[in-house]
Design a protein around this ligand. Structure first.
Ligand SMILES: NC(=O)c1ccc[n+]([C@@H]2O[C@H](COP(=O)([O-])OP(=O)(O)OC[C@H]3O[C@@H](n4cnc5c(N)ncnc54)[C@H](O)[C@@H]3O)[C@@H](O)[C@H]2O)c1
Length: 370
């Protein structure tokens, strides 16, 4: 099948969307929307072949006229809720950027609308689409490595003042949140997904170390999962901009998995303790297996994980199944993030899922009031 795509929001991340769409025969870009016409023109000029695509300035008119099969929501995070709900109520599936919304109740509502309308949501949770992670997730969950004891993740994604001053919404409690909400939410989603259990409790601290923003530029949290395993999370934008690095580890009774990226270079360390007591490295085994299987976790997708997300969404529409990073993943990760923020605010552990609404806007004044 061929699917009509509408992109709403023509900024930084939209370029990755456009490149992914141009790489898939099953997708056709029908139109783009931006309140700033110059941004829309710049986006369309960034990839060959899109010069004559129609530009709208109002998302409602665009959705009503274009009737897209897929709406890509790539506007500032504070606008996700209103655009995602309008698009689904008008019969469009979504590729919705992370975070799903800025509050736990709004995310639950988006998840519920998706279930009620049957519209699928593929979340922009890029880490789930990296090579090998899907294979190790299957093996962790089918018990190959034994009982999961704990996991950890760090996202040290340095961004300077120029990044934060490039758009007024960045680093604000209402429309973005800080390093945990923007840069780390999809890594938290990945770790929880790999560990195969839902978050039951969060305890967190936030700090402002270097960046001149409203929200945190450093956050640390511990999650307790329903199966009793613990997960530690570090997310920051206060490290060097020239040294972006992120890594996850999952530790199990009979082995461990560590994968990450440092300055664009991937690293991997997967080991298993055999019944004879010897510890064997499995890096080569997983690399070969992934190379053979290809698909949405292929090495081509590693260069632009949005290619994997679009391919998966398009296949999920053909096959009548949910995408890999689905509406539930979007809701659950926002609920966990709101638990992290609430725990930092209260200075005590918080039970998950949250039993009342919490939004990042409720963090307004957090650093000023300490
Ligand atoms: N998954 C990922 O890897 C990833 C990476 C970067 C950003 N993101 C997410 O993507 C979203 C956008 O981030 P960005 O860095 O591209 O932001 P950006 O500020 O660069 O771009 C946002 C664009 O939306 C436009 N816009 C604002 N209001 C609009 C409206 N009402 N209607 C139409 N257009 C409107 C702006 O003019 C701008 O061009 C955020 O939610 C962010 O968290 C995801």
């Amino acid at each position: 099948m061929s699917y009509k795509v509408l992109i709403i929001g023509c900024g930084r991340v939209a370029v990755k969307h456009l490149k992914a769409i141009s790489g898939l025969k099953s997708l056709e870009l029908a139109a783009v929307v931006d309140t700033n016409e110059g941004s829309a023109k710049k986006l369309l000029a960034s990839v060959k072949g899109f010069g004559s695509v129609k530009i709208y300035s109002d998302y409602k008119t665009a959705i009503e006229e274009v009737k897209p099969d897929i709406t890509a929501v790539t506007v500032p995070s504070g606008l996700h809720y209103q655009i995602a709900s309008f698009a689904m109520e008008h019969g469009s599936n979504l590729l919705l950027e992370k975070p799903m919304t800025m509050s736990s109740d709004q995310s639950k509502e988006i998840y519920d609308i998706s279930k009620r309308t049957g519209m699928k949501i593929a979340m922009g949770h890029i880490y789930r689409y990296l090579p090998i992670v899907g294979l190790v997730r299957d093996d962790i969950n089918n018990g190959k490595f034994g009982k999961v004891t704990h996991g950890s993740i760090y996202v040290r994604w340095g961004h300077g003042e120029d990044y934060y001053s490039s758009a007024a919404w960045r680093g604000t409690w209402k429309s973005d949140g800080g390093a945990m909400m923007n840069q780390t939410i999809h890594a938290i989603d990945l770790l929880v997904w790999l560990m195969g259990s839902e978050p039951a409790q969060a305890q967190a601290m936030l700090a402002q170390r270097l960046r001149n923003i409203e929200a945190e530029d450093l956050g640390m949290a511990i999650l307790r999962l329903e199966n009793g395993a613990l997960a530690s999370v570090e997310g920051t934008t206060s490290t060097l901009e020239s040294r972006h690095e992120a890594e996850f580890s999952v530790f199990c009774e009979n082995g461990s998995v560590t994968m990450g990226l440092s300055c664009g270079k991937p690293h991997i360390n997967i080991v298993e303790k055999r019944p004879d007591g010897k510890v064997k490295k499995l890096n080569g085994y997983y690399i070969r297996k992934q190379f053979k299987e290809g698909g949405i976790f292929s090495y081509k997708c590693a260069l632009n994980p949005h290619l994997g997300i679009y391919k998966d969404l398009s296949d999920s529409l053909d096959e009548g199944r949910q995408p890999l990073a689905d509406a539930y993943a979007g809701y659950s990760s926002v609920d966990t993030l709101m638990g992290i923020y609430r725990s930092a605010l209260l200075g005590e552990p918080v039970k998950l899922p949250l039993d009342e609404d919490f939004s990042s806007e409720k963090m307004t004044g957090f650093f000023e009031n300490r």
